[in-house]
Write a protein that binds this ligand. Structure first.
Ligand SMILES: [Zn+2]
Length: 338
């Protein structure tokens, strides 16, 4: 999605009430949780409906790989039908939301970068907003990693699904690489599109400038990949273009367990999964994006494998089951814990 954050979430209450929820093996974070939770409770801020706690982390194991998902931020916006199902009657979009126990006129989107600790690599997939989101309560990745027991210096590889601002904003911090020990894996087609000077004077100019500021300074440490290329041990890239020209998804496998990081292939767990053909305002090539959604989620549903969708409800991990011409989202519960 495009880098819009924060309507209602840049308020200081949300920041003050921030606490960390750690699950699984994130025991290092335990003292932080209790102290900050206690502080929030003491000020009564936990009763503030706007004070959604951030950052939040979730940890689980896929085979021998440890995943840490961080909620970098959230965004609440109005009129979902102006973003999803733009080729549908707004009443049809509202009815589908209502039928799924969701409000018809407001929508919440999360931003969920993920860290994969393979034992030999510490791989970060997408980086959140970084400094560009902080005034609005996002850009919380570094705090989340710290709560999980990692620092930015631990990251050995940053893999990017695509180069929109909500995925690359965290690459640089104060004019320097935020992950100074990392190499980068970037889709060749994606970088070629956004870095091209011919984007100037087009609707893609803002994205072009963001890439020049956040990605171009790092290209000496980058490997540019195409469909089917390996990213790291047990991790392969697949082209799933449409949302952006070179959008990639990453297939991860450890000890026979599989998960696909789907990036922005589908951005809403009802409106994009149940209705994969509905057009989405943020998809640059709408027909290609719909075709990529069907291809990726057909594979996920057929093979019954897990996926992590960057904008799905936190912790953004689940499964997809064929239903009604689309896919029913089945959020993960304890599948990875026992
Ligand atoms: Zn996005």
């Amino acid at each position: 999605m495009t880098p819009r954050v924060g309507s209602g979430y840049g308020n200081s209450n949300a920041n003050k009430a921030a606490h960390v929820f750690a699950a699984g093996f994130g025991l290092l974070a335990a003292p932080v949780i209790s102290r900050e939770k206690a502080a929030a409770a003491a000020t009564g801020e936990s009763n503030n409906m706007n004070a959604v706690p951030l950052p939040e982390i979730d940890q689980f194991k896929l085979g021998s790989y440890k995943f840490t998902v961080v909620r970098d931020g959230i965004n609440i916006s109005e009129k979902p039908y102006e973003t999803y199902g733009t080729n549908q009657d707004p009443e049809t979009v509202k009815a589908l939301l209502t039928a799924n126990f969701l409000p018809p006129d407001k929508i919440l989107s999360g931003y969920s970068p993920a860290l994969i600790d393979t034992g030999s690599d510490v791989i970060l997939v997408d980086t959140g907003f970084g400094a560009s989101g902080r005034a609005r309560g996002a850009g919380r990745l570094a705090e989340g990693l710290k709560a999980a027991g990692y620092s930015a210096d631990d990251v050995t590889l940053v893999a990017l699904t695509h180069l929109h601002g909500d995925h690359i904003g965290g690459l640089m911090e104060n004019g320097a690489a935020a992950f100074k020990n990392a190499r980068y894996v970037i889709g060749q087609a994606e970088y070629d599109f956004w870095s091209n000077k011919s984007r100037e004077g087009t609707p893609a100019e803002g994205g072009h400038k963001a890439v020049l500021a956040n990605v171009t300074p790092l290209v000496e440490k980058a490997t540019f990949i195409k469909d089917g290329d390996g990213v790291a041990a047990g991790m392969t890239a697949m082209l799933a273009a449409g949302h952006s020209p070179g959008h990639m998804v990453f297939h991860v496998e450890s000890e026979g367990k599989r998960l696909v990081l789907t990036g922005d292939t589908a951005n809403h767990y009802i409106l994009s999964l149940l209705r994969p053909n509905w057009e989405v305002r943020f998809d640059m090539d709408k027909a290609q994006a719909a075709a990529s959604r069907r291809k990726v989620f057909d594979m996920i549903a057929t093979d019954k494998i897990a996926f992590l969708g960057y904008h799905m409800p936190f912790p953004a991990v689940g499964f997809a089951e064929p239903q009604d011409g689309g896919y029913r989202f089945v959020p993960k519960t304890y599948q990875f814990d026992i």
